[in-house]
Each structure stands twice: as C-alpha cells, then as structure tokens.
Design a protein around this ligand. Structure first.
Ligand SMILES: Cc1cc2nc3c(=O)[nH]c(=O)nc-3n(C[C@H](O)[C@H](O)[C@H](O)COP(=O)(O)OP(=O)(O)OC[C@H]3O[C@@H](n4cnc5c(N)ncnc54)[C@H](O)[C@@H]3O)c2cc1C
Length: 595
C-alpha cells in the first residue's frame, strides 16, 4: 500500500503543526509511510492513525471506532523505521494520546491499553521482532537490520547461538510451529556481513568523558557499543589475546565461526571503540591507574572463567581437565591432546559443547555422565539431540565417587548412584545410594560442573563490595555498585547465563553510565513493566516452518565447520510471512469517542 500526502485532507499538515505545545508532532509531515507499514492498520481499517489524528486535531468528538474488535499498537516499531524524517512515530502517537485524554476527545482506553508482542517481551534485549520480520517480508533488509541493531550489536552471533526464548512465546506455535525468529535474524545479519548492507550505526557528536570497560565479552562489548552511539570515547581492556569473551573461547566454532565473531566486533571498532587485549585488571591496570589516565566511569564485566571443583579423591590426576579450559585451549591454540576414550562429567549445555569438541579433537568414544535424570538435564533439548545424533552416549543419575589413577594419570572413575539432585526447597543438594557403584574407564576426563568468577580482578578495585558469588550489584536495573561510577554486569554479576542476557546487561550499564556522567538520576523509570496480551488464533492458514540446511552427521564429526548454513532469501521471505504480526494487538471490546 502506498499513501501519498495527496490522500490526506488539505490543511492536515497545518493543523498537526499547530497542536499547541507538542514539538514531536511538528516534525510529522504526514507522508503516511508509518501507516502503510502498520500491521494493525493492514488488518483493521478502523485503526488508522490518520483517523485518530483527525479526530484529535479536527475535534471530531463523537465517533465509534469499532463496534467489536479494537486493535492496539503492539510496539513492533515498523512505523518508526519507515519514517523518512526519522520521527519517532510511536512517540507521536503517545503525544496524541496525551492530548486526546487531556481534551477528552476519545476514551482513554483506546490509546492506553498498549500491549507488546510476547516475542519482544520474552527477548532479554527486547528486540522489535515483529518489526524486523515484517521488513524481511517486504524485502527491506537494511531497515530490518537497523531495527535489530537499535537493541543489540550481535545479530549475526545471536542468529546462530541464542537460546531464543522469543520462539517459546511465539503465538504461531499455537497454530503450527513458532516462527524461526533466530534464523531470520541471522539471515539479515549475514547479508550485512556479506557486504550487501554494510551497516555501521551512527554515533552522536563526540563527548569528552572517557569510559573504561573491563572485559571484552558480550556484556562489555555491548556497553561499549551503546556508549559509542552516545558519542563517548570507550576503551575496552581485555585479559585474553582475543576479544569476544566466551563467544571467542567458549562457544565452539562449529556453532559460531570465528570470522563471524570478528566481523561483528569489527563493526564496534569501526564505531570508534578501542579494544586493548592482553591487559588484566588487577595485574596490569587498576581502577586508580585508569582514573589517573582520565577515565571517568567504569563497567566491569569479567565473566565466569574459573572452574568449580568436585572435591572428590583423585581429582588432581593428570588427564582430568576442566571443560572450559579445554574449550579455551582449543580456541586459542587450535589443538589439545586427549585420549581415545573420554568421559565428560556434567549435564548442562557446556558439557554438550565439551563432548562434541572432544569428538572433533581425536576422541574415538565420548560419554557424558551426569547427576540429573534425562528430563532434569540443564542442556537444551536441541543440544542433547545433536550430541546423541553424533553418537555420544549419555548416562544419567550417577555422580563421581573417586578418580582412580595409574602412574599419576587417570585410568577410571568410580561413580555412585544419584537418587535426587535437588532437596525439598529446590536447592542443589544431591543424594546418593552408595551401595550402588559403577566404574568406567577413561583416558581423559573433562569436568563441566559449573563456572565461578575469578576474583583476582578485585586487586585492581580493592574497595568493591564482593560476595562469595562475585561482585555485588546494588540495583539489578542500574547495575550500580557500592562505588559511584563503577558498574558491574554480565555473568560475573548474576551467574552463567547467555549472550543475549549479557547484551541486555551491557545496555543497562550504558544507560546508567551516560546518566551518571550527565549528573542525571540513574534510577528514574528503569523498571519497565511489559504488558503482553493472550492471542486467540482464529482462521490462521497453516504453513510449514522453513528448515535450515545442516551438515550431514558424518561430515560434522571430524571438523569444526559450521553445522547450520542459513536461510536462502526465498526461505527467509516465506518464513517471515508466517509471522502473525498482530499478536498483542487484539482486544475484544468497544471503544467510543466521548463528546
Ligand atoms: C562453552 C560455553 C557455551 C556457551 N554457549 C552459549 C550459547 O550457545 N548461547 C548463549 O547465549 N550463551 C552461551 N554461553 C554463555 C555465554 O557465552 C555467556 O553467558 C556470555 O559470554 C557472558 O558474557 P560476559 O560478557 O558476562 O562474560 P564473558 O563472555 O565471559 O567475557 C568476560 C571477559 O572478561 C575478561 N576478563 C576476565 N577477567 C579480566 C580481568 N581481570 N581484566 C580484563 N579482562 C578480564 C575475560 O577474558 C572475558 O573475555 C556459553 C558459555 C560457555 C562457557
């Protein structure tokens, strides 16, 4: 649908521009681009922003919007990204709402009950998912990518490895299968990195205050990204020789190719962020030394790179390696020598990555042994399936009792039967039946039983409040610590989670840092409540979810080649069209305009 200014009443522009006291509305020149893309407008002609604008501006005081269904804005933000003026159209609508309510033109309900699509609510970074999917459907790839990059710097990475909570909430799943949101994000981002889009976000006018970020994982890099957009000079100090944190030295390359990671980090560097690798807080630098160099605010996001121990006899034998050290060495050195028979201990996602990496590093047989029953395992079901497909056996409900060695090298493990992992309060407190034992032989044992925060960084910031779990965050919305101007986030602050949650944390830190440096209230309006509305699926045509091409199981085993190969353009367009686009917008009821 194309709307030109000719479609609008003469004098409309004049009237809008003359609404008293509302600067936002003055920017609108009523081209109608926002209305053309609005999914609500496309399904319900009664929800035509122009009509509402007319009602408000021209004072049409008596009018029934609809007798049955009222459609509400779902905050997909397509309108905002369609605006050639860069006007925040949704803000224009908000302003109109205020005026409408103030002047009693329409029932407050018609505007006020905005809801947000459940996919956007579920995404920790709150990406406007309906919006970018709508743009793929229309072939507007650059706009779609820009919309994603408003909320996160790593669509290429998260399009591959995100645990996609958005898809669990996708209403299409109630009809047939959820929309492949993760892969659609990857489609857009891959086109960007292939050179079709070449999008580097604009940065505001340069500011003076230097900011130091400690740790170049997704939390630190995201904070740097959002602060660079605000115009701040940011330096990221990273202990390792490479940037990316666990994205570079944890997540295996067959799921996240390193050239993809490097390219997405390069965009952040192109925005003016400096990354200094091989610099450790607490060894090479301290917060005080950075203050002396002129840094005014700090974000510490050092992750969880220490391994938990088992406290089991024989644990220090040769051939017993901590899983995250194993993955780190593979990423940094290329190869680690392991035996032919490998046992991985642990039942989480990291254990699966460790096991599949062992298989690609020369092991002939890999077993995973964990305390949890099959249904209690922390690993995602799709990851467990990948492990089973590649021939890894999983043995549930056993915990190590002792490691048995020969000439100082591990030879076998004695296990005891685990009868329960959690206690009545749901806390981790495994119970065993020690009358039931099992011994398994192993040349190499890889321990994947949890990550801890390496607290040696605190030597560089001795006054920081810490607990045995890591640095203490005073407020989860602002990430403030006990020291003004020092913020802490990512896995270090809340435990091992995910890339998208680290991104969300970095974004919060950037908002806090900016407000701190401008002397503003850091806390004001930070705890946003999201309102998503139940969707009733009616008359939705069934459509199969597009399937991604995957490397055959035989070709996966001895290679770190990426397993998934991405959607073709046709697949992406077809998949995008599966999005219902109207979730969170429909409420039954009647709204009338009062006089
Ligand atoms: C094996 C594995 C697989 C995973 N798979 C997935 C997945 O598929 N999907 C997903 O969403 N998440 C996954 N995760 C989790 C995800 O990688 C983390 O949640 C995320 O990287 C945390 O981000 P962060 O920035 O807080 O910390 P990190 O990524 O850990 O980054 C912290 C950085 O700080 C640096 N640093 C530490 N101490 C210092 C110091 N003193 N001075 C300077 N720098 C320092 C570290 O070297 C590191 O680069 C996985 C994690 C692992 C271990």
């Amino acid at each position: 649908m194309t709307i030109s200014t000719n479609d609008l009443d003469p004098g409309f522009k004049f009237e809008i521009a003359n609404v008293p006291g509302n600067e936002l509305i003055k920017h609108c020149f009523t081209c109608g681009a926002c209305i053309a893309v609005c999914p609500v407008n496309n399904v319900c002609s009664e929800f035509d922003p122009r009509k509402i604008i007319h009602m408000v501006i021209l004072g049409l005081k008596k009018r029934v919007l609809s007798s049955e269904n009222i459609w509400y804005c779902s905050h997909c933000e397509s309108c905002r990204f369609s605006c050639p003026q860069g006007v925040r159209s949704s803000k224009v609508m908000d302003a109109l709402q205020t005026i409408a309510v103030r002047d009693n033109y329409v029932a407050a309900d018609a505007f006020q009950k905005f809801a947000t699509a459940p996919c956007k609510v579920a995404c920790p970074a709150h990406i406007s998912i309906q919006g970018f999917i709508g743009m793929i459907a229309e072939g507007r790839y650059r706009d779609g990518l820009k919309l994603i990059k408003e909320e996160m710097p790593f669509p290429c990475i998260c399009g591959r490895i995100c645990f996609h909570p958005c898809e669990n909430k996708c209403n299409r799943g109630k009809v047939d299968e959820p929309v492949a949101i993760e892969y659609l994000k990857r489609f857009l981002a891959d086109r960007d990195l292939a050179g079709d889009i070449n999008y580097v976000p604009e940065t505001e006018e340069k500011k003076d205050e230097k900011i130091a970020v400690i740790g170049a994982g997704p939390a630190g890099l995201s904070a740097a990204y959002f602060l660079a957009i605000k115009g701040y000079p940011v330096t990221v100090f990273e202990k390792l020789p490479v940037a990316g944190g666990m994205m570079a030295v944890g997540i295996p390359a067959y799921r996240l190719p390193r050239d993809i990671l490097r390219k997405e980090i390069k965009t952040i560097i192109d925005m003016g962020v400096e990354i200094k690798s091989g610099v450790t807080l607490g060894k090479d630098i301290t917060i005080e030394s950075l203050r002396n160099e002129g840094y005014k605010a700090f974000f510490i996001a050092v992750g969880r790179h220490a391994s938990r121990g088992l406290n089991v006899k024989g644990e220090n034998l040769e051939g017993i390696i901590h899983g995250i050290n194993f993955l780190k060495d593979i990423s940094l050195k290329g190869k680690v020598s392991i035996g032919e028979r490998v046992i991985v201990i642990g039942g989480g996602n990291v254990a699966i990555d460790v096991a599949l990496t062992a298989l690609r590093s020369g092991a002939k047989e890999v077993l995973i042994v964990c305390l949890e029953g099959r249904d209690e395992m922390h690993a995602w079901e799709y990851e467990i399936k990948d492990a089973l497909d590649e021939g890894i056996a999983i043995i549930n409900n056993w915990g190590p009792r002792r490691f048995i060695g020969k000439n100082g090298h591990v030879k076998s493990i004695e296990f005891k039967h685990c009868t329960a992992v959690l206690d009545a309060n749901g806390s981790f407190n495994p119970q065993y039946d020690e009358s039931e034992l099992m011994t398994l032989e192993a040349d190499t044992v890889l321990l994947s039983i949890g990550q801890a925060c390496d607290m040696s960084f605190t030597k560089g910031v001795p006054d920081l409040e810490v607990s045995p779990m890591g640095p203490v965050v005073k407020d989860p919305f602002t990430l403030e610590t006990n020291i003004p101007g020092i913020f802490v986030g990512g896995d270090a602050s809340y435990g091992p989670r995910s890339v998208v949650e680290a991104v969300a944390s970095g974004k919060k830190a950037a908002i806090s840092t900016d407000r701190y440096l401008r002397g503003e209230d850091i806390k004001a309006d930070r705890s946003q409540k999201w309102n998503s509305i139940e969707f009733e699926s009616q008359n939705v045509k069934l459509a199969d979810r597009q399937q991604m091409q995957r490397l055959s199981i035989d070709r996966r085993k001895n290679s770190f080649k990426e397993i998934d190969s991405g959607f073709s353009e046709l697949q992406a367009r077809l998949e995008a069209k599966r999005c219902l686009r109207i979730c969170g917008t429909q409420i039954k009821g009647m709204v009338s305009v009062h006089g």
